[in-house]
Write a protein of this length. Sequence first.
Length: 194
Amino acid sequence: MTDSPTSADTPPTEDPRPDGLRTARSLVVVNTGDGKGKSSAAFGTAMRARARGWPVAVVQFLKSDDWVTGEQMMAEPLGIDFWSLGEGFTWDSDDLTRDEAEAREAWRYGKTLVAAGDHRLVVFDEITYPLNWGWIDAADVEATFRSRPTHVSLVLTGRDAPAWMIELADTVTEMRKTKHAYDAGIRAKKGIDY
């Protein structure tokens, strides 16, 4: 690899990839930050993996199983195993202890999926929230991810990814909010946001 300056208005003329690239049996990808697109990117990866014939599973922590989301509507016909095990937005909750119990159940289920090794990709959508709130045991989650079967890749989403998760990951992308429709008082849009 040659260090050559690049800019947005000049196409690169040198291969930017490092020398000696190797193949990995699996990867951990983290989508974090305060911007929109963390889950959307994860579902794009899930669809790509499924198109390649991989068995794929999704575990959503904060999306209610009562909601009908676009991602679930698209995933199920493709053969992506999909579980929305949360209670929905915490600010709509009448009982946060029930939300916490649902998050723990979602983790128990997700842990079983990883350990079984039947899926080459498991997406843990919005896992950082119950981790950061102390609803699920961070040490258990970290140990499970570190000891996963060698062929199981993970995509982990949510704001404020903990340091251990960033260290474990092969790829970390931080979505940064520059502007959001909510700031202008616009509700989430079906087809764009869910």
